[in-house]
Design a protein around this ligand. Structure first.
Ligand code: MN
Ligand code: MN
Length: 470
């Protein structure tokens, strides 16, 4: 036996000292850490199955937070270090705060993820009959590839608000004993014209109609009898009439449940990883934090997928208003608090996909199992529409994650000029805080079934936890 293994060349030693390490993340962490990741993700899957819409995510987060001692914020009350509070913004966004030893005097630590995901929203007047079929008209929400949504089982989620002030929760289609719904597609035998179209034209937004019924009411010879039968089923179940659709937030989402992916069960296939895969770690990091140095605020926000506009999105003043209330209680001004605040914008990035390697630049891509991914900037067309974290702030985050042995990597969202995208980072940066994007790399982002690695989910939790507790 030779002991060649132990003899490293000068070049090999120098490489080890100077080069970025590029071995798979799984080789860098212990078996124990991988077991913890697998365990963490069992509960993450439960969250995914119970939080397909932002409203469901808010309800889940509040219930989980209350179990860990969080109470609804009251601006007339005085809070001390270790107090745990939440603010529910219209059941569509939620903020959780743990008051720190220094309160807001040295700024706050923000962890922000979004809880809305791409889907098919019902139009305000959705139900119609065509021939003998009843269908819902939809308007897609967020950036989808339309061809991915026909011929998969869909579930109906959302709320119907009635004129008398009652709000009805709707959730049909996820369980095997419930009916599901679907958008139909043309059979290949008759699709010569469709198949010759370019992908963006093959499916029209107005073709994303959801099939919801086919039997007539009472076999009467009335017109629109199939529609009547569906309306009658909805009336008997929820007490609603057709006019009530106008005051509803109803969405069609993929009906499948989150499942382990791969023979090694190393990944999770599910709808909605973007961005529940960061929202859930952020929620856990918040509820697991005891008494932080600076006040920590976890924001689970809405509307990110449609540009963050609206009163529940990050262009709204709701987060700054809350921080201002906390600042005032400490005798501080909001602007002074924001200038000292730091934020992890917890959102997903694209995982390098070897099947579509030409879309990526291999040296600046995120890889499955290489840990939480930091994106110094996102945007498109020459760093447009992004905040681009400073070198100093990047150094601070690197140091923290290295010190705490959190596995992380950095990336750009694909090739330069290959497309692009944005996150909420810039809206927080515009409030004069330091922000960088940190989250989980995702395969098939925005598809009805997205893929993440369990290790990366867990490392994102650890990054957020250490950020809150630094
Ligand atoms: Mn996202
Ligand atoms: Mn997205």
């Amino acid at each position: 036996m030779s002991n060649k293994k132990e003899e490293k060349s000068t070049a090999a030693k120098l490489k080890e000292k100077l080069f970025r390490k590029t071995v798979s993340g799984c080789c860098k962490v212990s078996e124990d850490e991988i077991a913890k990741a697998d365990h963490f993700c069992e509960d993450y899957k439960i969250f995914l199955n119970n939080a397909k819409t932002e409203r469901e995510a808010v309800a889940y987060a509040i219930s989980a937070a209350e179990k860990k001692g969080f109470c609804e914020y009251d601006r007339n009350k005085e809070y001390k270090a270790g107090d745990r509070i939440y603010v529910n913004n219209r059941n569509q966004a939620v903020m959780l705060a743990v008051i720190g030893k220094n309160g807001t005097h040295n700024g706050v630590r923000l962890g922000i993820a979004h809880i809305d995901s791409p889907r098919l929203d019902l139009k305000p007047n959705p139900l119609y009959q065509a021939n003998d079929l009843a269908l819902f008209k939809t308007h897609y929400y967020g950036g989808i590839k339309k061809y991915q949504w026909p011929t998969i089982p869909l579930a109906l989620h959302g709320v119907i608000a009635l004129k008398d002030g009652k709000c009805i929760n709707v959730n049909i289609g996820d369980n095997e004993d419930e009916p599901c719904f679907c958008v139909t597609d043309l059979l290949p035998h008759l699709a010569n014209e469709q198949m010759s179209k370019v992908m963006t034209k093959a499916f029209d937004g107005e073709q994303l109609n959801v099939l919801v019924g086919s039997r007539p009411f009472n076999k009467d010879e009335e017109s629109e009898n199939v529609k009547l039968n569906i309306m009658n089923i909805l009336y008997e179940k929820y007490g609603i009439t057709e006019d009530d659709f106008v005051s509803a937030d109803l969405s069609m989402v993929p009906a499948d449940k989150a499942r382990d992916l791969g023979l090694d069960r190393s990944m999770i296939a599910s709808y909605g990883h973007d961005d529940k895969v960061c929202a859930y770690p952020a929620l856990c990091a918040a509820t697991d934090t005891d008494i932080p140095e600076s006040t920590i605020i976890t924001v689970l926000t809405d509307r990110e997928e449609i540009g963050s506009d609206g009163n529940t999105g990050m262009r709204s003043t709701y987060m700054a208003d809350f921080i201002e209330d906390l600042a005032k209680a400490d005798g501080e001004e909001l602007r002074h608090v924001m200038a000292k605040s730091t934020c992890l914008s917890a959102d997903v990035s694209a995982a390098y996909d070897p099947t579509y390697s030409s879309a990526f630049e291999a040296n600046n891509s995120a890889y499955i199992n290489n840990g939480a991914v930091i994106s110094k900037y996102t945007g498109s067309g020459g760093k447009y529409s992004t905040s681009d974290a400073s070198a100093e702030y990047m150094a601070k985050i690197r140091r923290l994650l290295d010190d705490k042995n959190v596995l992380f990597q950095t990336c750009e969202l694909g090739k330069v000029d290959g497309g692009g995208g944005g996150t909420i980072a810039k809206f927080v940066a515009n409030l004069n805080a330091d922000v960088v994007d940190l989250g989980v790399p995702v395969l098939s982002m925005h598809a009805p079934v997205e893929v993440v690695s369990k290790l990366d989910v867990y490392m994102t939790y650890r990054a957020l936890y250490e950020f809150y507790n630094a």
